[in-house]
Design a protein around this ligand. Sequence first.
Ligand SMILES: [Zn+2]
Length: 286
Amino acid sequence: MNLNSHAVFALSVGMIFTHHIQLAVLMGIGAIIPDVDREYVFTKRRIFQKYQLHRALLHNVFFAAAVFTVNPYLGVGVTSHILLDTLTSPTDRGVELFFPLSRVVENMYLNLDGHKIGSKGVLWYLEDPVRLVAETADPGLKEVGKNAWRRVYGPFKNSRLADWEVFYSSLLFLLIYASTTYGLVNWIKSFLYYTFNVYLLFVLGIILFYGAGETWRRRLQTQGKAEPLILGMMVLGVLLVVYQGIQVYSPLKLDTTLLGEIAVSVLAGLLVAYIHVRLRVGDVIL
Ligand SMILES: [Zn+2]
């Protein structure tokens, strides 16, 4: 979905659950972060296309968990971004929720016509709809060859009805909610204060990074010009975000015993499930 939809949606969810403008602004900022994984000046489009990092590198449960450990409100924002993107179509490549683990399994059991094509090792059930992706995906997002189905797709297309509905409904909700609780002018004053004063470095960093990165990706990439300048602006943007990230560092108090119990259960459960499927079915299919 579009960045504005992500930001306003997370801001609304933040107001509903925290009733606190500062925390809601943090959630809105968190919701803007994942789309940093585009083919910016750091990589060539060809390499980016080969490794398919957009909607993978920063759109997965492990990145969301990592941000939660820095600040839970930023983490909720990242999570809301990832969930909304799972509703979008193969055009934008849905979301690769379990990247990088999803890259470990490469082969699939069935092709899209339902014919069995593999039975060695652990297999994904289906191949990715490569023809559909090749036909509809953005230039940098087309797959190079046939791949296992490791992404989550939904029915909605970016920048179309569902996307704009999320944006306008969230915006309207904020206007109504702010008017009936804080008074619209007071709410906007506080919102501007937190966005452009308290979290100014986050906002400046994000604007610098996306502004420079998108200008390069859409206009300058083919001409190969201005790379040092763009790179400098993007690095400065990242530094500002990291600097403010350190300032808002406020990790959840994690119960290490409980985390250990969860980790043991997940790993042992995986082993038992593997043996179960191997004995019952033969082919081990995800
Ligand atoms: Zn995204």
